[in-house]
Design a protein around this ligand. Structure first.
Ligand code: ATP
Ligand code: MG
Length: 442
């Protein structure tokens, strides 16, 4: 992409409405635009990052054996009357009427709808286990939408739903998502810690919120320091290995971790003082086993091996991509801007032409641009007439991992300068060496 043709409305001033750094940087870098309270458009730079986040989430859901579907945003109220939630949900639900005055709603979540899909087709235990997920917009009329897309009213959610014959089967399905989430957040450059969450009337300990540390997080969290060193499940993890997945779950739940709602001060104080970690955190995912809460009232049952009907056991598993983008920024930025992990960076490298019109600069940049694209990389070429200082500031702000700087003097010598956005380390290389380095790192 050439910057001269890329719609990236950078703001020079700090937007007044932004209270936290991620919101400020997303507005300044032209990633998002607020359309009304808690409702945002994603502009090209933001959309690129969001797509990469979604792609990683999707790959890890698929790896675990889940099936992607796409359910609508608008739902009929009928299903919610069946489950009993239509009246319980309260003001967070956006209720709508169609031209026939039929009650509809903008889905805040999809348990009812996915249960309806399930009961329409699945009749035998032989078709279980099943996990259906989608990545779709949700609407919750939050009392206080704030912090940009961190807590918005319209937001994207990956929500998965598992169906099993028995509770034991459902626990294995839960463990699959548990391991998939550890891998997902790791690939997004985050260390997310599963913390016990309230299971309400369902009981048991199969509800976890995945929390990342950030000073601006809305939750207060307490955990053991050991989490920082726990291993992430490998890419070749066998998701059908019941004992193997159980041991991953057991390891990651072996030491204390809780948000303030579930905090047990006595248990926390029993940890040696030097091993205690109390901080603020952001909830980026939530997994929950809820048994027959929806399958029972909605009649989702299958024939078991015993020839009898069994109500299926379900769980639901959410991740918020539009919250993850600012969460990644909260975890990775400096005073000059965003520092994207390579896995979600909007571009692989930014090529800074210091003097467009200078023959050596232009031809160096053109060669670099073509070579990187030929190698399957996605470079952004700053071919604008901005002054050098503004170009550097923009490159730092948008946080692309590598900057390649072509100035008139170095370009005339067949050289460019590489700058690592995270470390600030600079090195001068010949054009060939720079191309080799960038394309072999892939
Ligand atoms: P919170 O406690 O932050 O309000 P929640 O517990 O209501 O979230 P869940 O129903 O567990 O949220 O939703 C699953 C995931 O969806 C959350 O972990 C989060 O990543 C994302 N999410 C939920 N609400 C919002 C929101 N208002 N804006 C952006 N993302 C959200
Ligand atoms: Mg939650």
């Amino acid at each position: 992409m050439r910057l001269s043709r890329f719609f990236m409305p950078i703001l020079k001033e700090n937007p007044k409405e932004a209270e936290i750094v991620s919101h400020r940087l997303m507005l300044r870098a032209g990633m998002i635009r607020q359309q009304s309270a808690g409702i945002y458009s994603w502009l090209p730079l933001g959309k690129r990052v969001l797509d990469k986040v979604n792609a990683i989430i999707r790959e890890e859901q698929d790896r675990s054996g889940a099936n992607e579907i796409l359910m609508p945003t608008i739902q009929s109220a009928d299903l919610w009357m069946e489950s009993g939630r239509y009246n319980d949900y309260g003001k967070e639900m956006l209720r709508i009427r169609d031209r026939q005055e039929r009650p509809m709603l903008f889905g805040p979540t999809n348990e009812e709808m996915v249960t309806d899909i399930f009961r329409g087709y699945v009749k035998s235990y032989k078709n279980l286990p099943l996990n259906l997920y989608h990545i779709q917009w949700k609407f919750r009329d939050e009392v206080r939408p704030r912090f940009g897309t961190m807590r918005s009213r319209e937001f994207l959610m990956k929500d998965a739903y598992s169906f099993d014959l028995t509770r034991e089967g459902a626990i294995h399905s839960y463990n699959k998502m548990f391991a998939a989430y550890l891998r997902t957040f790791h690939r997004l450059g985050l260390r997310a810690i599963p913390m016990r969450a309230d299971t309400g009337p369902i009981g048991g300990n199969h509800s976890h919120e995945f929390i990342i540390f950030a000073d601006t997080g809305e939750s207060e969290v307490f955990c053991h320091k050991d989490f920082v060193h726990f291993d992430i499940p490998a890419a070749d993890t066998d998701f059908d290995d019941v004992a193997g997945l159980q041991s991953i779950f057991d390891r990651w739940t072996s030491v204390y971790a809780a948000t303030s709602e579930m905090h047990d001060a006595a248990a926390f104080d029993a940890i040696p003082e030097g091993d205690r970690l109390s901080a603020r955190g952001i909830e980026v995912g939530h997994i929950f086993y809820f048994g027959t809460k929806y399958s029972e009232p909605m009649g989702a049952k299958v024939l078991g091996p015993d020839g009898k009907e069994h109500i299926v056991h379900m769980g639901s598993y959410g991740i918020g991509p539009t919250r993850l983008v600012p969460a990644i920024i909260e975890a990775s930025h400096d005073e000059t801007g965003i520092i994207w992990p390579a896995s979600v960076a909007p571009f692989d490298a930014v090529l800074i032409n210091m003097k467009p019109g200078d023959a050596a600069c232009d031809s160096t940049c053109d060669r670099l641009y073509a070579a990187l694209r030929a190698a399957g990389l996605d470079p952004l070429l700053d071919d604008t007439d901005d002054r050098a200082g503004a170009k550097f500031a923009t490159a730092d702000l948008i946080g692309v991992p590598v900057q390649v700087i072509a100035g008139p003097r170095s370009a005339a010598n067949g050289e460019v300068e590489l700058k690592d956005r995270r470390t600030g380390a600079r090195e001068t290389l010949t054009l060939e060496a720079a191309i080799n380095k960038l394309t072999s790192a892939r």
